[in-house]
Write a protein that binds this ligand. Structure first.
Ligand SMILES: [Zn+2]
Length: 340
């Protein structure tokens, strides 16, 4: 066993936000996405069609508890034209929140927080080059809140809340969370999580679908042994006891939720030797960042034709121009001034 006991403790706590440790489960339900006006069957980009096995054509969602939000937040408007703002959350960070651990091909230790940050920074640059506005929720190895290394759960909730607050305050159009997965060593592959039970569940699904496709394409292009573990319900990673969804994407008790479509990407398993060796390569992280950029761009391209035309400004009601009251011309009195 390569992982030390403290690391295993960390792994056991990762379910709070991401890095699912569960086995793939059969997800089946007839529950419809919250948005009835959108059929979340995004058309993939030509690249994705050519190189990536299609994801399931429609979300199949497991039954779950109906979330009872403690607040009634107003989602940030989705359907508008550019510029678009992308909030990027590099998973974990700081001295007490390392995330999953792994080892590269030479046995060197790898920390998820570092690899997620590196990928996030690359993605930020690529998105800005492509004309997006970005919010790097963390751009260094730190947490936004005092993070207690003992009381993990409240610390992680508070930290996640702080991260969500930034995305909300900056009115980001989407929230993209970058992680690398952790489980037992044989498990490997690519997952993208979303929450179907929000008002923007369909949009989150579309975003997850495009990102998953691009990540698979990128890994395949690197010659990696691609394993498509699918676009998945974030209920698998769990939230508070009354709410299966993640804190980042859900509406957990006492938590001010994110207000925009969002995903949690788990591109590879750091706990799997082959995946970890791949993540350790700089080229892989660059290609993953490019895949995120392409998936995000594909999402907004998918969104674009659904943007309702600008509401026409109604023609102003014409106010009848008052006809000048003519001063009646007094009847000419003939010859008043006649000299004769
Ligand atoms: Zn993680």
């Amino acid at each position: 066993m390569r992982l030390s006991a403290p690391v295993l403790v960390l792994l056991s706590l990762l379910v709070l936000t991401a890095c699912a440790t569960s086995e793939p489960s059969t997800i089946a339900s007839t529950r419809e996405p919250a948005s009835a006006t959108i059929t979340p069957t995004p058309s993939p980009s030509p690249l994705a069609v050519a190189t990536v096995p299609r994801a399931t054509s429609a979300p199949t969602i497991a039954p779950m508890l109906t979330p009872t939000p403690t607040v009634a937040p107003t989602p940030i408007p989705i359907y508008h034209g550019p510029p678009y703002t992308v909030a990027i959350e590099a998973g974990h960070g700081g001295p007490h929140w390392w995330g999953t651990a792994g080892y590269d091909a030479d046995g060197n230790h790898l920390a998820e927080k570092d690899l997620a940050l590196d990928t996030a920074l690359r993605l930020g640059g690529l998105l800005r080059e492509a004309g997006f506005e970005t919010v790097l929720i963390r751009d260094g190895d730190f947490t936004l809140t005092p993070f207690d290394g003992v009381n993990y759960r409240p610390s992680m909730i508070a930290e996640t809340q702080a991260r969500v607050e930034i995305a909300n305050a900056r009115r980001a159009d989407i929230l993209v969370s970058i992680h690398f997965n952790g489980a037992y060593s044989a498990l490997h592959g690519t997952e993208t999580y979303y929450n179907p039970d929000r008002l923007f569940g369909a949009e989150s699904y579309a975003l997850a679908w495009f990102v998953q496709a691009e990540v698979l394409s990128a890994l395949g292009g690197l010659g990696h042994d691609v394993n498509d573990r699918g676009v998945r319900n974030d209920a698998e990673v769990g939230g508070d006891p009354n709410n299966a969804h993640s804190y980042l994407l859900g509406t957990n008790d006492g938590f001010r939720p994110s207000l925009m479509p969002g995903i949690i990407s788990e591109a590879l398993f750091l706990s799997n030797p082959d995946d970890a060796a791949r993540i350790a390569e700089e080229e892989t992280r660059q290609r993953l960042a490019e895949a995120y950029r392409d998936g995000i761009a594909a999402y907004f391209a998918w969104l674009s034709p659904r943007i309702p035309p600008a509401t026409l400004t109604p023609a102003p009601t014409l106010t009848p121009t008052p006809v000048a009251t003519l001063t009646p011309t007094p009847p000419r009195q003939c010859c008043t001034f006649s000299l004769w």
